[in-house]
Design a protein around this ligand. Sequence first.
Ligand SMILES: NC(=O)c1ccc[n+]([C@@H]2O[C@H](COP(=O)([O-])OP(=O)(O)OC[C@H]3O[C@@H](n4cnc5c(N)ncnc54)[C@H](O)[C@@H]3O)[C@@H](O)[C@H]2O)c1
Length: 450
Amino acid sequence: MRIVMVGAGYVGLVSGACLSQFGHEVICIDKDTRRVRALDAGMIPIYEPGLDEIVVSGIRSKRLSFGSDLGEAVRRAEAIFIAVGTPTRHGDGHADLTHVYEAAHEIAANLDGYAVVVNKSTVPVGTGKEVYDLIRMARPNADFDVASNPEFLREGSAIEDFRRPDRVVVGCESERAREVMREIYRPLYINETPMLFTSRESAELIKYASNALLATKITFINEIADICEKVGADVKDVARGIGLDKRIGPKFLHAGPGFGGSCFPKDTLALLKTSQDHGAPSRIVEAVVNVNENRKCAMAGKIADAFGDLRGKTIAVLGMTFKPNTDDMREAPALTILPALTAMGAHIRAYDPEGMEQARDILDIETCADAYATMVDADGLVILTEWNEFRALNLVRVGELLKRKLIVDLRNIYEPSQMEAYGFSYVSVGRAPSTPAGDVLSRRAVTVAA
Ligand SMILES: NC(=O)c1ccc[n+]([C@@H]2O[C@H](COP(=O)([O-])OP(=O)(O)OC[C@H]3O[C@@H](n4cnc5c(N)ncnc54)[C@H](O)[C@@H]3O)[C@@H](O)[C@H]2O)c1
């Protein structure tokens, strides 16, 4: 099939490249011409493991190409995916649909023969119908359908998620459009991936409800972690005990500094707005949004408590992206925590395997060439993102480099007993802090955390 992907970001580029591997002829259109030029030259503008290989192989097979002229591409297409950003609208928390409408107008102007316009962007319920009405108004005689096909891939494992999804959700109103969608996803269909056909509205809501439920799970375990710290329980044991219940499952039960990223924060907020607009307010989602926002600020306080007065102190920070295996800093906890520490007088020396370029642009920090360089003469270390390379630090070396052997681990990647054995004061999330005998400052952390 001839497919156009509007938007060559995390979702558009991964989906486009994977669909070209399914055998389709895909052109990714992006209005960012620099991005298009880079892609044409085989350079990948985002960090996503494995993406470079499939993009290059797509280009070589001539089934994947890039451009910025939507018109010509749309006229030849059988399916046009919209995969543009839908960030939070400034001021009110609603999803900003400017890019979606813009794309829809351009598509409308160029439709030629039957095509399915497929909305892959995460959009509030009713947007699919709005896009349909908008195109119909502009082109009363055009032959088209509008489908909703929300995307569930996760940054960091996006390609595997796209190729082997738990399900494909398609919301559309006509059998003709369903047939096109079946054809697009035929390789998955053959693999017996569940394909769920629903109304457009249900498909749109499935995406928001999924993200809200996952965000709720994270927020729930974060609150349980706070209780653990007060009562002397270990949140890792508690999470395992909960997660072994098959009705609950072990995923998304890792306590930490609060969820971030380009999806959960904006999608929970947008769902909340939708629920309020329609007179069915969701108290649960409202609580999740508020608890998570407060949590990021509370984490800065937790670090400050462990370090003591931050004025004149240097803090080594490992990890700034919202999770490992991505360069995405959107809504990362680091964006709240690090400025708060700086405001309290700390100097931040940080390293992230893929997020340095973005971090430099938006944070007032000193960046370092590697993990150990952050630690030289620092007053302690903070782990913000659980990149694999931070899980096996040479703890002897860490102890030698730091001025004081203090580690605040907001991802619980180390064991308190191991830290104690290496002589570190260790503060983590939802677990009792550990302190080597005689460390006065770290006793203060223990007292505060308790
Ligand atoms: N990032 C994720 O993990 C993820 C997962 C599932 C769903 N989603 C949803 O997918 C959508 C896209 O997210 P993303 O992270 O890929 O965004 P992104 O910001 O990485 O990419 C969007 C791209 O669209 C381009 N664009 C915007 N308007 C355009 C237009 N009119 N014509 C051509 N190109 C245009 C931008 O230049 C940009 O390159 C969002 O609605 C998001 O919520 C994202």
